[in-house]
Design a protein around this ligand. Structure first.
Ligand code: HEM
Length: 417
């Protein structure tokens, strides 16, 4: 039985409770699934590994019409992989799977190390460093190099991060971000056309070339504007990893006992990065629309039913994670790898239901950033408000995460901590 909340519409409560909305409401009715309305539209909200398995298995949910348009325009766009289902989706997805290959991850990490080293030189001359902004720049330049292009300019870096920062904004902030996005789409389209017309020569396995030359199911090149959107679909989320870099630095600040371990041991680094992705908030929920009549725990969900799976709540579900509110990387030493329990980038196993092709790259980047934060730099974290507001989506610390007195590790660094 999926109970219905008593309030006729929960939109205001969702905005007030943010990441905690689904779990709090579910608990108020004593279960992990409930019916309500959001923006007057009937919705079923769920969390937990069982719900994640149901949501990601068997092609039960499509993403079309599953998110508000203001979000769709910044994170996706017409004809992009997110809007496809079935065979068309599987075929387009193959193009993105290149991003998961080991040699591609190595290319990305090489560019990232390089860009980090160059930025870190500059940080040492600055009175203070905004770690989020700087990570955005480092990642944007790494992602464009990874794709086979010149390092991103400042406006491109800023635009790619704004698409994610403003995803949940409505009104003028959202419109301004869309205007920026349109300029980025024009830039990406130009890149695609240059590659196709031979005005840009890229190595064969460069991701921008893979996208520009990809043939759709009908054997034709993608329309240039769709290929442009897909190029942004690699660059934008790679830049979004900046949030996890800040959260890794925040975790090191709150749990300094981990610094030595992650500096020295690759397994500890991986467990730390996984715990960062589990513990800290990123996308609160993922939406889907039932592709046919379905049954969940004996209850009928009709075709077209809108469903929200709580990603944050599933990551913090005590049925999968003992003491979920504790930051404890060691929990990953014995993790069974169930992809429906750790879901910051969606659930489902990589070969079937899982949709984000960038999870391997994300984990690799967070691991590497953790290594660089603890082995290449010394810095101070001056007093600032480092709480994470769970109403702001996507979340970040209240104040920018600022670091000062940055020094290369090993050099004389009077007074640095
Ligand atoms: C900050 C790290 C990231 C987070 C939190 C994240 C999260 C997500 C989520 C929640 C989805 C939707 C899954 C669904 O519809 O079920 C998704 C899809 C996607 N992600 Fe990621 N992602 C990240 C990094 C990346 C990276 C680095 C790339 C590319 C290299 C990437 C490329 C994509 C693409 C192309 C899709 C759409 C796939 C489809 O609809 O089939 N993501 N991501």
């Amino acid at each position: 039985m999926i109970p219905r909340l008593r309030t006729p519409d929960s939109t205001l409560r969702f905005l007030a409770q943010g990441y905690t909305f689904v779990r709090r409401q579910a608990r108020s009715v004593g279960t992990d699934a409930f019916r309500t309305r959001l923006m007057l539209r009937p919705v079923v909200c769920l969390y937990g590994a069982e719900a994640a398995g149901f949501f990601y298995g068997g092609g039960r949910f499509s993403r079309a019409g599953a998110l508000p348009l203001s979000v769709v325009h910044l994170l996706q766009d017409a004809g992009s992989v997110q809007t496809l289902e079935g065979a068309a989706h599987d075929h387009r997805k193959l193009m993105f799977l290149a991003a998961r290959r080991e040699e591609q991850i190595e290319l990305l990490l090489e560019a990232f190390r390089d860009e980090w080293a160059e930025a870190a030189e500059r940080w040492q001359r600055l009175p203070e460093v905004d770690l989020y902004r700087e990570s955005v720049g480092v990642l944007a330049r790494s992602a464009t190099r990874w794709a086979g292009l010149e390092p991103a300019s400042e406006w491109l870096a800023d635009t790619l991060s704004t698409m994610v920062d403003r995803a949940a904004a409505v009104g003028p902030l959202n419109w301004a971000a869309r205007t920026k996005r349109l300029r980025a789409e024009r830039w990406a389209r130009e890149v695609v056309e240059e590659i196709r017309e031979g005005r840009r020569t890229l190595p064969e396995d460069a991701l921008a070339r893979t996208i520009a030359e990809h043939l759709d199911l009908d054997g034709r090149l993608l329309p240039a504007e769709v290929a442009a959107v897909e190029l942004l679909n690699i660059l934008r989320p790679t830049v979004a990893v900046a949030r996890f870099i800040v959260f890794a630095a925040l975790a090191l600040h709150h749990h300094p006992e981990w610094a030595g371990r992650v500096a020295a041991d690759a397994d500890d680094r991986l467990h730390f990065a996984q715990e960062v992705r589990r513990f800290y908030p990123f996308f609160p929920v993922i939406g889907g629309v039932a592709t046919r009549d379905l049954e969940f725990r004996g209850e009928r969900l009709r075709e077209g039913q809108w469903v929200l799976l709580d990603l944050f709540g599933t990551n913090r579900d005590e049925r999968s994670w003992p003491q979920p509110e504790r930051f404890d990387p060691d929990r990953f030493a014995g993790w069974d790898g169930n992809p429906d329990t750790l879901v910051p980038q969606g659930a489902g196993d990589a070969a079937h239901g899982h949709r984000c092709p960038g999870e391997t790259a994300t984990v690799a980047l967070v691991v590497e950033a953790t290594r660089l934060l603890t082995t290449s730099l010394e810095y101070r974290v001056p007093p600032q408000d480092l709480r994470i507001g769970l109403r702001r989506m996507p979340a970040l610390t209240v104040d920018d995460f600022t670091i000062t007195e940055v020094r290369a590790r090993g050099r004389s660094s009077a007074g640095s901590g």
